[in-house]
Structure formats: C-alpha cells, structure tokens
Design a protein around this ligand. Structure first.
Ligand code: SF4
Length: 755
C-alpha cells in the first residue's frame, strides 16, 4: 500500500518558501493553522491577507477521503468529469452500511450480501479511477486514515463530518459534501471561509482515570455545540505534547461536536512515534526535517491572547473524567457530580448497554486501557451487568488487540465484538430491547449522542465517556457508579475496587495484520467497467445535465413558494431516503417534501397548475417535466442551510426546476446550485416575495447579457392576465456563469479533459 511518501515530500519541499512568503505578507508570527492554510492556497503565491471568519478562499487539498454512504453520489458525479484518474490521492472506506446485530462475522456477511451492488460499484469505480478502496470490514474511515494517510502539515477533505480526526496527526482535515470531494478529485480548487482560530492551551499531565477523551468532553462543555462554528481549534502547550497521537485524534474527532471547522495539534515526538509505529518511518523522518513549519511560531504560543481569536486553557493534572449527555455532547459532567445529576434529573439509573470503540476511541491505547479495567473484573469473576459491545476501528487494531489477548478479556466479561465498522454509532444497530417505549440509558465511547442517533429510539438516554469509564459502568450496570470511589461486588459477595487503568500507547510487539482489507487501484483502469446494474434501485449512472438554451427562460411554472425555514433536510430528507443516495431519480422523490407551502401552510402539498389539483411536490414537478415545462422554486431567508448535501441541488436540477428565487441563500447550497447549472437568484426587494401568486407563470430575462454584478429581471404572469416585474440579484462570477451556460461545472471539466 502506498503511503504517498513522494507526495508528502513534495509538500514539505515547498512548505518553507510558502510559509515565509505568507509570514512576510501577514507581517506577524503565525499559528500552525495559518501556516497550513497559507501553504495550501490554490494560488501559487499568497495574494492577500485573508480576514479570519470573513474571507472565502480557494485551497488545494492534498487528499480526499470518502465513506461508502456519501461516496456513491460523489463518485457518480466524478465519472461525469471525464478524467482517467483522480487529480489527488483519494480513498473509499466501506464502514457505514454494516448493521450491528449478532457479532462481527455474521454482521459482515449479512452486509456483504445486502449491500453487494453498492460495494461492487464502489470497488469497480475506485479500481478504474485510481482510488484506494478499503473493503467492508477493513475499518472505519477515520481510524484507517490516521493509520495510513494522515500526515503533519497536510490538508485533506473527506465526505464525513469526523474527517477532522486526522488533526491528531497535525493535518487540517475537514468534512465536506460529495460535490466538494468531486470537485477536488476532478482538479478544481476547494473553497473555505478562512476560519477564526481558537487556541487551546493544555498544561499538566493526565493521570489516573482521566484520558484524552475527557479533554474534549471538557472543551465541549466550555464551548458548547455551536462554539466552534467557522473556527479551527489549535491545541498547544506542554500538556498537548504529553498526549498520545491517537489521543490527540480523539480530541480532534469530537471537535465536530462543537461545530468546529476542524482541530489540530502541532507535530511532536508522539506523532513521530505513531508514524514509525504504523510503518511510516520515512514520513516521520521527512516531518522531522521541517518540524519548525509543522508548529506555530513560538511567539504565538508565548502570547496566545495576541494571536488567537479566543484562548481556552485546561490543566490536565486537575481534569476529572467526564460523562457528557444525555441528548447533547456538550452537557458535561465531571464524574464526581454525575451520580447526583442522574438522580436529580431522573435519568434511568439502570445502564442497559455500554459500547466502546468507534472512530473516536478505538486505538490500541484505548482498547488497552479498557481491557485493563475488564481484566480486573475477569480476574475477580465479575461479568458486565449491562450488555457490552466492542467496535474496533480497523482490522489493524482488531488483529493486534486480538493477538495481544485484549479481545479475549472482553469476551470473558461478556463483551461482544462487533465488525470493524460504524454500526451503533450511526444507528446501524438492531438493538435487542423488549420495550422501546421505556426510558432507558446507554453509554458509549462514541462522539454523538443526539436523540435517536444510536438506536432510533427517542427514549434512549445516551451518554458519552472514555472507553475505560464505559467499561467500568457496564460492569456495574449502574449509571451512578463512580469507579474512582465505588466498589463492584463479585458472585462471592466480595467487594472489588477497580485500580486506575494503565494503557499502552503502541503495541510492544508492533502492529500486525493478515489482511488489512485494502484494494489497490488498477495501474491502467481504462478497460475496467464500472458495475451498475440497469435494474438497480440504489444506484444509477448520471447523464450530463443539458446546457443552457442560450435564451431568456420563459414560461416557468411556480412549483412551490416556500414559507419559513427550508434546510437541505427539507429539500432532500434523510432517514429512509438515504438508501437511494446513489440513485438520483429515486431519491428525487423526496424533493422538497419537507418544505412548507406558503399558500396552504402544508408540507408536500402543492397545486398542479395543469390540473388545478393538489399533490406532492415531486409528483407535480414530474408532471411539468413530462410535458417539457420548466419550473421555479421561491424561498424565504437562508434557503438551503444545514448540511452540504449535494442532492438538495441535484434533485431539482434533475426534475427540471430551472431557478431558485429566494430572499437569501445559505452560501454552500447556493454554490452547489451554481455547480449543477441552476439559476440561484435573490430578491432585490424582499417584499417582492409577496407578489408571487400560486398560479403564476414566470419568466427570467436578461440572461443573454448574464454578467457578474448585473441584475436579472423576473416577470410574473398572474392568472388574471396582469403582469408584474422586478429586478433580482445574483452572485455569479465569470466562471460560475460559464458553469450555468454549460449546464454545470462538470460539463466544463469534461470539455477541458476532452479538448
Ligand atoms: S464511527 Fe460514528 S462518527 Fe465515526 S465515522 Fe462512523 S458513524 Fe461517523
């Protein structure tokens, strides 16, 4: 397997010059975050001093990572670009579609047969286009990335919000939508709002039951779930250097829970040890040579208040183990206060399930610390009172911890080892429960604990803690158990006090694996066929969208005038629709079904102007499409906020909606619409929203002179024969206007590739 040594050496070869140029421009010492961002600008030389939290900037990431659920549409789109191979090193990881039910072997076998067509597609498309493919069972994307691809000073985007995990190896790693991944694989730059930077100074040393997990549980409590928005958290200080590399990964991973763009640690000895321990000595050696560029300037860390937008300080020596929840990861409880909180809030005291592992906490160190707790119980003849599951993050870790006896210890206390996959963390969990209507408690070492996240049950109170605390509580079966002071009782009635767990950062005998589950892409993929069955209802190859007809757009039917909030979830709902992520026509049957119709205050109920009847939004739109009528969607403020889901832009485009006219757009969705060749326009006078009537037919004029900064005109033809018109704004730049004319950004790339 290639570790991209050449690519990484190239990054390091140019890093000093780029950072020096940027520092001269900025005119002050720079944080690590700024160094990495400036050294990944898509322009060769930094042109501007970017305003943190304000400027939108184009970057060239070094890699792309995709998980199997989101990779489907990203790769279907990438195929449209016409490139023979991806422009940057990329990987696909099959982790999200494996349901946890009986245990690793059975669950993996079931997933392989249930998701066969998806896996066949991902495997063949990866093989063809030069993409590394990690088979089902190989592990969870972020753990596999940390073990194989993350590198200090690099920049990566990934189609999963916990891509940020790679900050533990000093990388700016950011979760994005499939459209962004597609662009970067196709060779386009990637745009990001230049983030603000929060400095998190760590002093002291972890001790006893406290672990890296508790650092981020504490930070989540301080900054809350919104505190990281448009910010990067940069950890520094002697405490940061004392944490293991995988512990740093855990902290960065859960930065997603406070909405942070990403989190990062400076390159240090622990990272070097981890790189060497995972077979990447050459990368550690190369990083050692440029170490001064893989950390912020000393002045920044000496005077953090002068350089960071915000500073948080935590003394690890004083940090208690934490348990966060329920229902939100920022409800942070030091363990000394937790039992009282359980009683005062009447949370179910009986702990039904403890779950350890996931991409957040399944390193060798995590497993060894949890096993240190489990072994004491096993030696005393105690089994877990709760159900107890272990999800290894990768086959490399699983194989190694099995070899070293840890899995056997967990099994001795009643643990069930699940597949190396997301499973219960993403709700892929056939939980055994007799009465789902009953309030119940579970505790996990995962990252998210929003209602229904793990088992789909709103009555489940999910708490988050370190693997060793989860293991201790599962042994007790009691949420109020505090292993720092309480005792377990064995079958002979003897009281057992658990000793503080001691972990091992890296396996003494080294990591081992028989089959890591990796498939290299073909050297020459030109003759490889991408496998998509014509009859599939989960996958569908895409056809290019048609180019603009070269005239004003006339006679558009009003499909829906949306009232109030309209997120990407209102436009393209998740839940049961997720299985159609790779089938644009099928998933389009959810288009705008969550949006509220301003004329009747109902969702998924709009007037079909052809019949006068009311019907669901996709059905009405399909009726217009069937006779070649375009349509328009009118919306309110911040239309398209929420996730960067590209389906929310592709579905209307696919079904024949030509324009979206709103009071204001969420920026990412607006850009996604532009990329798909849609017209995204905004009212100049927001009161014009009231002029739109239910039976309107609408023209958009001025398109022959479509230029940046020049308004377009909307003409309303009302049912009574009257006509009104008003100006609308757009934010298209020259390139984006070319996307519109060509029918989408990918049509342009394909034309360039074919030229
Ligand atoms: S283990 Fe959980 S958080 Fe990690 S990638 Fe899977 S679903 Fe996401």
């Amino acid at each position: 397997m290639a570790f991209d040594v050449d690519m990484i050496r190239k990054v390091y070869a140019g890093i000093a010059e780029k950072i020096d140029l940027a520092r001269a421009l900025v005119g002050r010492p720079m944080s690590l975050t700024e160094k990495i961002l400036y050294s990944h600008l898509s322009s060769k030389v930094p042109q501007f001093v970017y305003e943190r939290g304000i400027s939108y900037v184009d970057f060239n990431p070094d890699r792309v990572a995709m998980q199997d659920a989101t990779a489907q549409m990203a790769l279907l789109q990438f195929m449209q670009a016409g490139r023979p191979v991806v422009a940057v090193p990329s990987t696909v990881h099959c982790d999200h579609l494996i349901q946890a039910k009986s245990g690793a072997k059975e669950d993996l076998e079931f997933a392989l047969s249930k998701n066969k067509e998806v896996y066949d597609f991902l495997s063949s498309v990866s093989n063809k286009y030069g993409i590394g493919f990690w088979r089902p069972g190989a592990g969870i994307i972020h753990q596999v990335i940390l073990e194989n691809y993350a590198f200090p000073g690099g920049m990566m985007i990934g189609t999963d919000s916990h891509t940020v995990n790679a900050g533990g190896l000093g990388m700016i790693a950011i979760g994005v939508g499939g459209a962004d991944a597609c662009d970067v694989m196709a060779g386009l730059p990637w745009e990001l709002k230049f983030p603000r930077v929060v400095g998190v100074k760590l002093t002291g040393n972890l001790n006893g039951w406290t672990s890296s997990k508790d650092v981020i549980l504490k930070v989540a409590g301080i900054l809350t779930v919104k505190g990281g928005t448009d910010k990067i958290l940069e950890y520094f200080g002697p405490g940061a250097e004392s944490l293991s590399c995988t512990g740093k990964g855990t902290i960065c991973n859960m930065g997603a829970e406070i909405g942070a763009t990403t989190s990062i640690f400076c390159y240090d000895k622990k990272m070097g040890d981890y790189l060497r321990g995972t077979g990447r000595k050459e990368i550690a050696d190369a990083a050692d040579e440029v170490i001064q560029h893989l950390r912020g300037d000393d002045e920044v860390y000496e005077n953090p208040e002068s350089y960071f937008d915000e500073v948080v300080e935590i003394n690890l020596s004083e940090l208690e183990p934490h348990i966060n929840g329920p229902f939100t990861p920022d409800l942070a409880w030091p363990i000394s206060k937790f039992a009282d909180a359980v009683r005062e809030n009447d949370w179910p005291k009986v702990l039904e399930v403890g779950l350890i592992g996931s991409c957040t906490n399944s390193s060798y160190e995590d497993i060894s610390r949890a096993a240190a707790v489990a072994k004491q119980a096993a030696d005393a003849g105690i089994k877990t009172a709760s159900e107890f599951t272990i999800t290894p993050g990768s086959e490399l870790v699983r194989y190694t911890v099995e070899r070293d006896g840890y899995l056997g210890i967990f099994e001795k206390i009643g643990g069930v080892v699940l597949a190396n996959a997301c499973g219960p963390c993403i709700g892929q969990w056939a939980r055994h429960t007799n009465d789902p209507s009953k309030k119940n408690s579970i505790i996990t070492s995962f990252n998210r604990n929003f209602a229904k996240r793990n088992d789909g049950n709103p009555n489940t109170h999910a708490f988050v803690a370190s693997p060793e605390i989860v293991t201790a509580l599962a042994l007790a079966g009691d949420l109020t158990f505090n292993p720092l002071k309480d005792m377990l009782t064995n079958s002979k009635g003897e009281k057992i006090k658990l000793a503080e767990p001691v972990g091992i950062e890296l396996p003494e005998k080294g990591f081992a694996v028989e089959d890591a589950g990796y498939q290299s892409p073909a050297e020459d993929g030109s003759n490889i066929k991408v496998l998509v069955a014509a009859s599939s209802d989960r996958l569908q190859l895409l056809d290019p969208f048609p180019a603009w007809e070269g005239t004003d757009i006339q006679g558009l039917k009003l499909l829906i005038k949306v009232k109030g909030k309209c997120t990407t979830d209102h436009i393209s709902m998740a839940g049961p629709w997720l299985k159609y992520r790779g089938h644009l026509d099928n998933i389009s049957n959810n288009m705008l079904i969550g949006a509220l119709n301003a004329f009747n205050d109902k969702s998924d109920n709009v007037k079909n102007q052809l019949t006068g009847e009311y019907d669901s939004v996709p059905k009405v739109q399909r009726a217009y499409k069937a006779i070649g009528h375009g349509s328009i969607v009118v919306g309110d403020e911040n239309y398209g906020e929420g996730s960067s889901r590209e389906h929310a832009a592709m579905e209307p485009r696919h079904l024949g909606v030509r324009a979206i006219l709103v009071k204001s757009f969420a920026r990412i969705h607006e850009t996604n619409l532009k990329k798909q060749g849609m017209l995204a326009i905004t009212f100049v006078d927001k009161n014009d929203y009231d002029k739109i009537l239910e039976d309107d037919t609408i023209d958009i004029t001025g398109l022959k002179n479509f230029k940046a900064g020049i308004q377009l005109t909307v003409v309303l033809h009302h049912k009574d024969g009257s006509v009104e018109e008003f100006k609308v704004n757009h934010s298209y730049n020259h390139n984006q206007i070319e996307w519109f004319k060509a029918g989408g950004a990918l049509n342009i790339i394909r034309a360039q590739v074919n030229a």
